[in-house]
Design a protein around this ligand. Structure first.
Ligand SMILES: Nc1ncnc2c1ncn2[C@@H]1O[C@H](COP(=O)(O)OP(=O)(O)O)[C@@H](O)[C@H]1O
Ligand SMILES: [Mg+2]
Length: 330
C-alpha cells in the first residue's frame, strides 16, 4: 500500500491516513503519466476533504476499479461509499445516470462533487453477478436490469447517435493500422451497424459499461448496478457491451459457439429487445474490442506486442458471429 499522509488541516478526519491501493496507483500512473501521478498524490487529501464535507467516517478497506477508488464509509448509521474517479471526460456522466435512475436498478446517489469527479453512493454488497454459477441466470438477470435502466433520458447526458461517426472513424483507422487482424467483411459489417443503427436512437438512458462485475448484490433489490458511463440511446447497445465480456468468458470456459447465440436469445428476451439489434451491436462491440485490444497492447509495449489471450478470445467472438457455419444460429 502507498501511504500518503493528508496535508489538509481537517481536525475531525485529518488524522486518519488514507491508503491508496498500490495496484490502483501504479495502474493510474502507467496509463496517465505525470498527470496521473499528481492526481494520485492529491487523492488522500481529496478523500479527507470529501469525508468532512459529507460528514462521513471511513468504514473498511478501500476498493478500486481501473479508474476510480471506492472508500467504504458511514454517515451516521448509513452505509455508503465515496467514489472518486480520475478526472477524465469519459468519467463525467456517472452522477447524471445515477440521478436519472433514482435508485431503480442502481445504487442511490446521495451527494455529488462534479468538479472533483466524486460521489457519495449507497453501499451495495461485496458479491458480483459474475460469481453466480448459473450462466443463463447471469444473462437473464443482466437483461432484466438492462430493461429497468431504460428510463427517459435527461437532457444533459451524451447521445449515442452523436458518437457513432467518431466510432466508425476509429474502427476504420484501427483496421487500417492492424491490417491482418480481422477479415475485411467483419470490419465492414461493424461499420454498417454503426451507420444503420446508430442514427435511429430512442431517448432512454443506457449504462454503457454493463458487465457482470458492475452488478452487485444488495438488500433493497437483489442486484444493483454501479459504474455507469451514462449514455442515451438504444438499450440493445448494452446487450453488445455485456456480450463483449461475457462471450469471451463463455468461450474461455469451453462453451460452444451455439451457447453464445443462446446467451443472445436469453438477453434479448429478458431485456424485451429485438434480437437482431442486440446481435448486430454485439458483433460491432466484438470487432471494436478485438481492434482496441491490439491498439492498447501496441501502445503499452511501444510497438511490439503479439496478441495475448484476451485478444485471441475477442477474435474468437468475432469469428463466432461471422463464421458461415453459424449462419443458421444467427
Ligand atoms: N456502491 C458500491 N457499493 C459497494 N461496492 C462498490 C460500490 N461501487 C463500487 N464498488 C466496488 O468498487 C469496485 C470499483 O468500483 P467501480 O465503480 O466499478 O470503479 P471503476 O470505475 O474504476 O471500474 C467495484 O468493482 C466494487 O467492488
Ligand atoms: Mg467497474
Amino acid at each position: 500500500m502507498i501511504s500518503i499522509r493528508s496535508q489538509a488541516a481537517v481536525p475531525a478526519y485529518g488524522a486518519r491516513v488514507i491508503k491508496i491501493p498500490e495496484a490502483f496507483a501504479r495502474g493510474t500512473i502507467d496509463r496517465e503519466g505525470d498527470s496521473g501521478a499528481r492526481w494520485v498524490a492529491s487523492l488522500p487529501g481529496l478523500v479527507t476533504e470529501l469525508l468532512e464535507q459529507w460528514s462521513c467516517l471511513p468504514d473498511g478497506p478501500i476498493m478500486h476499479g481501473e479508474v476510480g477508488i471506492v472508500v467504504p464509509v458511514r454517515r451516521e448509521e448509513q452505509a455508503a461509499v465515496v467514489k472518486v474517479s480520475f478526472p477524465h471526460p469519459g468519467n463525467a456522466w456517472e452522477p447524471a445516470a445515477f440521478e436519472a435512475w433514482r435508485g431503480h436498478g442502481a445504487v442511490r446517489l446521495y451527494e455529488r462533487a462534479d468538479e472533483r469527479f466524486a460521489m457519495l453512493l449507497e453501499r451495495a454488497g461485496s458479491q458480483t453477478l459474475a460469481g453466480l454459477p448459473d450462466d443463463d441466470e447471469v444473462v437473464r438477470i443482466t437483461g432484466l436490469i438492462n430493461r429497468r435502466l431504460a428510463v427517459p433520458a435527461p437532457p444533459d447526458l451524451p447521445r449515442l447517435r452523436d458518437r457513432v461517426a467518431q466510432w466508425a472513424e476509429s474502427l476504420l483507422q484501427d483496421a487500417a493500422d492492424f491490417t491482418d487482424a480481422l477479415p475485411k467483411p467483419a470490419v465492414d459489417e461493424a461499420v454498417a451497424t454503426l451507420r444503420e443503427l446508430g442514427t435511429d436512437q430512442p431517448e432512454v438512458v443506457i449504462h454503457g459499461d454493463l458487465h457482470a462485475r458492475n452488478i452487485l448484490n444488495a438488500e433493497r433489490e437483489p442486484w444493483l448496478v454501479v459504474d455507469p458511463k451514462g449514455l442515451v440511446g438504444d438499450p440493445a447497445y448494452d446487450g453488445g457491451t455485456f456480450l463483449k465480456t461475457y462471450g469471451p468468458t463463455l468461450l474461455a470456459k469451453g462453451n460452444r459457439d451455439r451457447d453464445v447465440f443462446r446467451c443472445l436469445d436469453i438477453f434479448a428476451e429478458a431485456a424485451e429487445l429485438d434480437r437482431e439489434r442486440v446481435r448486430r451491436w454485439a458483433h460491432y462491440r466484438a470487432v471494436e474490442s478485438a481492434l482496441w485490444r491490439r491498439r492498447h497492447r501496441y501502445v503499452r509495449s511501444r510497438g511490439s506486442a503479439a496478441p495475448d489471450r484476451l485478444t485471441e478470445l475477442a477474435d474468437r467472438l468475432v469469428q463466432v458471429f461471422s463464421s458461415p457455419q453459424n449462419t443458421s444460429l444467427r
